[in-house]
Design a protein around this ligand. Structure first.
Ligand code: TV7
Ligand code: CA
Ligand code: ZN
Length: 393
């Protein structure tokens, strides 16, 4: 209908399941798995599935989850009872130890099923990249970058990104991980702290003690103990409230372009957290859908096999806009899809404004004051370039 056709010469795969979207973190919790339904519905109403290979995700197995997570954590996660059920009175301190059951990482009905499907979709995406059956694989149900080996953190229980990158490393000598979620990608960074086969780069709001998780300062580039090959392979881009599309795009292209030249990755893992958009319930930036999408377009232009993960995003209508637009960029149809949300789109009323690209004024009552000076952004670029002098391939 919109003239969306299969791209010539490359394959995009889309990995999802309606199962995942049925889970609830709780009435007031900001994470709404339902945003995945809204995204899929927008992708479908634009006719994009015709241009992709579409896969229904399976659950990841215990053994797959165990390739990063510890057995004692997984054993507890798989049996942990929701808060309205009788509690495990034998192990009152395990929830504390694993950071489960608090308000950020509640124990809800079907939690283990939700986690294994999120991991399943990212693992399926990674396998399609490894077998050369996909050039770009999309896993909007993944991107849960805070989870640690034996600990849940920041709405994340299983680190599907780490699992997917471990798969890529079976084939790919060097993987570049890029994280445009408004939060620091601490779990992925930490998992690959001691290897030079993964370079991690996170762009995020940085204000220790004020903004979660509080790590990811400019100078934090991986432990510099003797003989650590992973030193200098963690790049952090700490930002302040209100950064604009223009500033973000310039910074992103400069930093990712330089990393591509110095590090020469053979595959890209891109976390597309949509909480960096203007008007996000938890975010603080002034990015528009076009600015967020420009990061995806730039990564695609590098011509490397790529997985695109979801992540944060707490204003569901904007999450759906960004991820639908970024799906269109992956298939190369972004210059063709109309800016007006299709008449027949289900839940069209949820979008309030009928455009794919709301203005800042449409996204929020009052745009945030921009607290990123050009001088500070130049300092960041200079520091990153200095780090990259230690890196070469
Ligand atoms: C990847 N911010 C995850 C981002 C994880 C952010 C946090 C909340 C929050 C939780 C709620 C809630 C909330 C309005 C916002 C120190 C605390 C302060 C809980 C109230 N409303 C991603 C995690 C972050 C839960 N956590 O990167 C239930 O905000 O700042 C914190 C920690 C302790 C816990 N309290 C917040 O985007 C997916 N949580 C309402 C109900
Ligand atoms: Ca980030
Ligand atoms: Zn986030």
């Amino acid at each position: 209908e919109y003239g969306i056709v299969r791209p010539k010469g490359y394959t995009v795969s889309f990995h999802a399941t309606p199962e995942m979207e049925r889970h609830h973190f709780g009435q007031t919790h900001p994470m709404k798995p339902w945003r995945l339904t809204l995204t899929k519905s927008l992708v479908t109403s634009y006719g994009m599935p015709f241009a992709m290979d579409n896969y229904v995700t399976r659950e990841a197995t215990y053994e797959e989850l165990n390739s990063f997570h510890s057995s004692d954590y997984l054993d507890y996660l798989s049996t942990a009872a929701p808060e309205d059920q009788p509690r495990d009175i034998e192990n009152p301190d395990k929830e504390v130890k694993f950071n489960l059951g608090g308000s950020d990482c509640p124990l809800f009905h079907g939690l283990y099923n939700y986690c294994s499907m999120s991991a399943g979709c990212s693992l399926d995406a990674a396998r399609k990249i490894c077998s050369n059956q996909s050039d770009i694989a999309i896993a909007w149900g993944g991107g849960l970058h805070h989870a640690k080996r034996s600990e849940a953190s920041g709405f994340c229980y299983i680190n599907d990104i780490v699992l997917a990158i471990l798969q890529l490393l079976r084939i790919h000598p060097r993987v570049l991980y890029i994280d445009i979620d408004v939060h620091h990608g601490d779990g992925v960074e930490e998992a690959f702290f001691s290897t030079d086969r993964v370079m991690t780069v996170s762009f995020h709001k940085y204000q220790p003690d004020q903004f979660f998780p509080g790590t990811g300062g400019l100078e934090d580039n991986g432990p510099k103990n003797e003989h650590n090959p992973g030193a200098h392979h963690a790049i952090n881009v700490p930002l302040q409230d209100g950064i604009t599309d223009e500033q973000y795009e310039a910074l992103f292209q400069n930093i990712i372009g330089t990393i591509n030249e110095r590090y020469r990755p053979t595959a890209i893992a891109l976390q597309c957290g949509a909480d960096s958009l203007a008007g996000d319930r938890l975010g603080r930036f002034n990015l528009r859908v076009q600015g967020h999408g420009a990061c995806v377009r730039y990564c695609k232009s590098l011509g490397l096999p790529m997985i695109m993960f979801g992540g944060g995003g707490y204003t569901p209508r904007n999450v759906a806009r960004a991820w639908a637009y970024e799906t269109s960029i992956a298939i190369g149809a972004d210059t063709r899809i109309p800016e007006t949300i299709p008449e027949h789109a289900p839940w069209r009323e949820h979008f309030i404004h009928d455009t794919l690209f709301p203005t800042l004024e449409q996204s929020m009552n009052e745009p945030r004051h921009n607290r990123n000076s050009e001088k500070r952004l130049r300092e960041i670029v200079t520091h990153v370039h200095e780090q990259l002098r230690f890196v070469s391939h």
